[in-house]
Design a protein around this ligand. Structure first.
Ligand SMILES: Cc1cc2nc3c(=O)[nH]c(=O)nc-3n(C[C@H](O)[C@H](O)[C@H](O)COP(=O)(O)OP(=O)(O)OC[C@H]3O[C@@H](n4cnc5c(N)ncnc54)[C@H](O)[C@@H]3O)c2cc1C
Length: 389
């Protein structure tokens, strides 16, 4: 039998482990983190490290779990059921530490333990989708980069210990300056940061990062000289499937809660589940979420099999996040006005999942990537050198 949709026994055990961890350790604090808008407190990050939720695919020699990408997807889906922010923190730190080389073994070990956090600082005022339009520069002076620029929408900032910063570098090799990804410790002199207030995902923190004459060793390049765009793109195949599964986890939990609610809630003398105006949309959203889940896991399975999951991951990301937003919005209405109030988690779940419309590239940009693959680059209507955001 060559086609098999079942999860292995090891996958199922891991899912049960993450579900129990999320229920016991994360669920009690999610409302608090949303209210105070700060990165997880109560020692959750080291607990996530100790529970084997960071460095899931990383080498055992550095403290990783040496599991496959399906296991990573399971972790993000299960964390996403309880908290989109924690799932996002876990997703960024798993993929940044294992798919982007150059952090150094000590940093990677401490990330796997949940003691240090990594973040990606690429977006700028005029460079979100259009990655190549950035203005930050890293001038080479002796054996150091001197970095100047401003980054916005940086997840986990303030808070993360190290950033991967994109900047133009003139390598003085006779070629044009090229985008390079550089390791910058957040406490380097010249780095300053201010938080940006978010509508959702408020426990994951978003910030503006100013870089003024920031000096780091010229050897602290992540993934190779001038290979900034390629390094970022290398992560997308896995990270877009993870964004999809984060959204799917949230939608599935809301669906489960809604199904339990509509079977009990009596209006006009009957449970509202008996009205097909309620049950039909529930079934439709359930079906779409299941289809999206299959697409996301197929993308991860392709990564495990050594195939390029670009199309699968991109389609999974836009369709899953869109389906999750529509699903949660529909479920919210089924709770009546109670769904709109802060006592129930459903309004927060809707605000949270909307963050995924933008992380790692917008819905339109996902479609443009598919256009490039399906119809040809000339139909994507991007300017020369424009890439995926
Ligand atoms: C919660 C959150 C976390 C984030 N985390 C990070 C992070 O950690 N690091 C980081 O560097 N950035 C991060 N970002 C930024 C994110 O990557 C950008 O928001 C995203 O790439 C889009 O860029 P933009 O917001 O500048 O929109 P723009 O690029 O300005 O686009 C504006 C609108 O135009 C549309 N659009 C643009 N070009 C086209 C086109 N050719 N055809 C059709 N439509 C188009 C877009 O889809 C969008 O709707 C985060 C954002 C959010 C909301």
């Amino acid at each position: 039998m060559s086609l098999d949709f079942s999860f292995s026994e090891e996958h199922q055990k891991f899912r049960a482990h993450v579900r129990e961890f999320a229920r016991a350790e994360i669920a009690p604090y999610v409302k608090e983190w949303d209210e105070v808008e700060q990165l997880p407190t109560h020692g959750i990050l080291p607990k996530m490290g100790a529970a084997g939720l960071i460095g899931i695919t990383g080498p055992k020699s550095l403290g990783g779990g040496e599991k496959d990408y399906i296991s990573l997807g399971i972790a993000i889906e299960e964390l996403g059921r309880v908290d989109t922010s924690c799932a996002m923190i876990c997703s960024v730190n798993n993929t940044m530490s294992t798919l982007i080389p150059g952090w150094g073994d000590d940093v990677v070990r401490s990330v796997f333990r949940g003691e240090k956090l990594l973040s990606i600082a690429t977006s700028e005022d005029n460079s979100g989708s259009d990655v190549a339009n950035l203005e930050t520069t890293a001038a080479i002076e002796g054996d150091r980069f001197v970095i100047n620029g401003k980054k916005i929408h940086v997840s986990l900032m303030p808070g993360a210990d190290y950033m991967g910063v994109t900047a133009w570098v003139d390598w003085k090799d006779g070629k044009k300056p090229r985008i390079t990804f550089i390791k910058v410790p957040s406490d380097t002199p010249g780095v300053s940061c201010e938080p940006m207030e978010e509508m959702g995902c408020r426990g994951h923190q978003l910030g503006i990062v100013h870089l003024k004459d920031v000096k780091v060793p010229v050897t602290d390049v992540l993934g190779g000289k001038g290979a900034g765009k390629e390094v970022l793109y290398a992560r997308w195949g896995v990270s877009r499937c993870l964004s999809a599964l984060n959204a799917i986890g949230a939608a599935q939990q809301v669906l489960d809660d809604t199904i339990a609610f509509v079977k009990k809630k009596i209006v006009y003398g009957r449970p509202i589940a008996m009205y097909q105006g309620v049950s039909f949309p529930l079934i439709e959203h359930y079906t779409k979420i299941e289809a999206c889940r299959l697409m996301a896991y197929k993308g991860l399975w392709m990564s495990v099999a050594g195939e390029n999951p670009k199309m699968q991951a991109t389609m999974a990301k836009w369709s899953s996040v869109t389906a999750a937003v529509e699903c949660i919005q529909a479920c919210l209405q089924m709770f009546g006005a109670a769904g709109y109030l802060k006592d129930l988690p459903v309004e927060r779940r809707l605000r949270d999942v909307m963050a995924l419309l933008f992380t790692g590239g917008t819905i339109n940009i996902m479609k443009i990537i598919v256009i490039q693959e399906l119809l040809g680059k000339e139909f994507a209507a991007l300017r020369e050198g424009g890439g995926e955001g």
